[in-house]
Ligand binder design. Structure first.
Ligand code: BT5
Length: 326
């Protein structure tokens, strides 16, 4: 593609002007065609300076999702090597499920700039406006059905690490995998099994991060926050996506090689509410106790009247001194 090639030439000369003539010679294009590409790139958020007699200089790449920038940022061997960015999808998980049915391979990643009907667990709606990072990775790991819940916990740890690497902010994880900051949810993870669990399992791992979303985009009664709100500036969604894929790949390789124990320890270091009062909601039942950890299966362990009880599923509220129950 001409667009990519123009960017490749500019990026090969970091900080320097490249003459229109040089670009047109290298790419066998007219200078008018190069100028047209530069205008289109500027519209997509690239900052490209032009000076008479000197040519063009790439100053800044867009913060928004962009094929070329994401490809530059990818550090993985498998995850995200095959990716697609859409302006709009109903849900990246739905799209990825279809793609998996059609034979998409391990690591294929679907990203959307906004989702019309993003979903959470139990078909709950997930608010997905422009500015968020909405992505789904198709995973065919060398693991069993019983490991699905553990992989969801891996994803939580991976996204915490990736957000810290991208913008220096450390979030907590509320079991099983809500990423939270001061009582507000910043990220949700939805892992779904696609097709039959036969010998090759496919897990559709959906990750939604409220990145560059202003607080007003959320209903007043939704306890949601965003990186933009916390940091006071927008983050580069391409770097964030690349870091998430890199951290997730690392965690999956570790679980495949060494089992869940090391992830469990990392998860506990990120856990919100450890040693604090929690309420677990399971169906119509409510359990009150103190959160004491997670099992090697990833189940939540709560001390209730002196006895430890493990929960593999359910909704949890944890209490913090600053934010009360959330
Ligand atoms: C989740 O469900 O937290 C999983 C969310 C997964 C979203 C990603 S985005 C990419 C991929 N494609 C999809 O369609 N989904 C995945 P759950 O724990 O059930 O939480 C859902 C609840 O979170 C809702 O009922 C709301 O109360 C709340 N909520 C909805 N949108 C939110 C948002 N943007 N930020 C914070 N909370 C939200």
């Amino acid at each position: 593609m001409i667009r990519q090639k123009v960017l490749d030439v500019l990026a090969a000369n970091p900080g320097k002007y490249v003459s229109g003539e040089k670009i047109s010679q290298e790419l066998q294009l007219t200078r008018a065609a190069i100028w047209k590409q530069v205008k289109a790139l500027r519209q997509d958020g690239y900052q490209i300076e032009s000076r008479t007699k000197q040519g063009y200089r790439l100053v800044k790449t867009p913060l928004d999702l962009d094929d070329w920038v994401l490809r530059q940022e990818l550090k993985t061997d498998q995850l995200g090597r095959d990716f697609q960015i859409f302006d709009e999808l109903s849900s990246t998980n739905e799209y990825a499920k279809e793609a998996a049915k059609q034979g998409a391979r391990h690591g294929k990643t679907i990203l959307a700039k906004r989702q019309i009907s993003g979903r959470g667990r139990l078909q709950r709606p997930w608010v997905s406006p422009q500015g968020g990072l909405w992505l789904t990775v198709i995973l065919c790991p060398d693991l069993t059905l019983g490991d699905a819940a553990k992989l969801t916990l891996c994803a939580g740890v991976a996204v915490v690490d990736a957000i810290e690497a991208s913008c220096g902010l450390r979030l907590g994880i509320k079991w099983p995998n809500d990423l939270v900051y001061e009582g507000k949810k910043i990220c949700g993870i939805l892992a779904e099994v696609a097709g039959e669990w036969t010998s090759l399992q496919t897990l559709i791992m959906g990750i939604g991060v409220n990145a560059n979303i202003p607080r007003e985009a959320f209903a007043a009664d939704l306890p949601a926050g965003s990186l933009l709100e916390i940091l006071g500036h927008a983050v580069n969604l391409n770097i964030l996506a690349a870091n998430i894929l890199a951290c997730l790949e690392k965690e999956i390789i570790e679980v495949e090689a060494r089992g869940f124990e090391s992830i469990r320890e990392k998860w506990l270091k990120c856990a919100a509410g450890l040693g604090q009062p929690v309420v677990v909601y399971r169906g119509t039942q409510e359990f009150h106790g103190i959160m004491s950890g997670i099992t090697s299966e990833g189940a939540l362990v709560v001390q209730i009247e002196g006895e430890e009880k493990a929960f593999l599923a359910g909704e949890v509220k944890v209490r913090s001194e600053k934010n009360g129950y959330f």
